[in-house]
Design a protein around this ligand. Structure first.
Ligand code: NAD
Length: 242
């Protein structure tokens, strides 16, 4: 058990693979969670909407705080992956990737920070990617968007520590979710056998389960991480990006 009992959290992408695990792990620590997603989720409170809608992002943290009475933790988890070299990328690919992966976190952090500051502090945890720190091949839009999230984390970690707001990020390598499996399916591979091959490429013997990442989010949100500000925690099972 951490010190999180009685705290409140807003989690975006709460219906997805990692988001669902984050919701459950936070709830197991006694946290009341508002989940935001375009799909329905299992959080205590649910707010449905599109993170491409600027007005939705600008108002979401206050709506969550109103529902729960306060906002102690904000987890910026929603994201999309856009695959392929830049020469295949359309204007719409660029606009969607930047809107969901970069503009939404910008708007959400900008709205959440004053709420947390007025309450004496809080914790923001961003879900970036190893690929945002060490670029991998043929995903330039995704990589640059996650590099922006990593950089935003480092900036906000410095800028808002004086308000007792800690901003940190987890940077996973491959995680077994729909995001990863859909890529294999789109390329005509059987996702189960492709993931078995990927497992063999990881020194720890397997790619991450969503719960492996959710446990790091819980740690970063908790007082156990009280001296971390702007940290990028790589979760890769010992496998470098290649
Ligand atoms: P996922 O596809 O299972 O979940 C993503 C969630 O975000 C979905 O529930 C989806 O509905 C929501 N979402 C997407 N666009 C939205 C929009 N416009 N409005 C509202 N909600 C929207 O993916 P996941 O693997 O759980 O990914 C979660 C985070 O982890 C993402 O930021 C992703 O980039 C990051 N990540 C994933 C991996 C991986 O291998 N799966 C690796 C590194 C980082």
């Amino acid at each position: 058990m951490t010190d999180l009992n009685g705290k409140t959290a807003l989690v975006t992408g709460a219906a997805g693979g990692i988001g669902t695990a984050i919701v459950h792990r936070l709830q197991a620590q006694g946290v009341t969670v508002t989940g935001a997603d375009q799909n329905d989720c299992t959080a205590n409170h649910r707010i449905t909407g599109d993170l491409m809608d600027a007005g939705f992002c600008d108002t979401l943290p206050l709506r969550a705080a109103d529902l729960m009475g306060k906002l102690d933790i904000f987890v910026n988890n929603a994201g999309i992956i856009t695959r392929g070299p830049i020469t295949d990328a359309t204007d719409d690919d660029f606009i969607r990737t930047m809107a969901i992966n970069v503009e939404a976190p910008f708007r959400l952090c900008r709205a959440a920070i004053p709420i947390m500051a007025d309450a004496g502090g809080g914790a923001i945890v961003n879900v970036a990617s190893c690929w945002g720190v060490h670029p991998g091949p043929n995903h330039p839009l995704y990589v640059m968007s996650k590099a922006a999230v990593a950089s935003l984390t480092q900036c906000l970690g410095m800028d808002h520590a004086h308000q007792m707001i800690r901003v940190n990020a987890v940077c996973p390598n491959e995680v077994d979710t729909a995001m990863l499996r859909s890529g294999f399916a789109a390329r005509g591979f059987d996702p189960d056998s492709a993931i078995a091959d990927l497992n063999a490429s990881v020194p720890l013997g397997r790619i991450a389960a969503p719960e492996d990442i959710a446990d790091i989010v819980v740690f970063l949100a908790s007082d156990q991480a009280r001296y971390l500000c702007g940290a990028l925690i790589e979760a890769n099972g010992g496998k470098p990006v290649k």
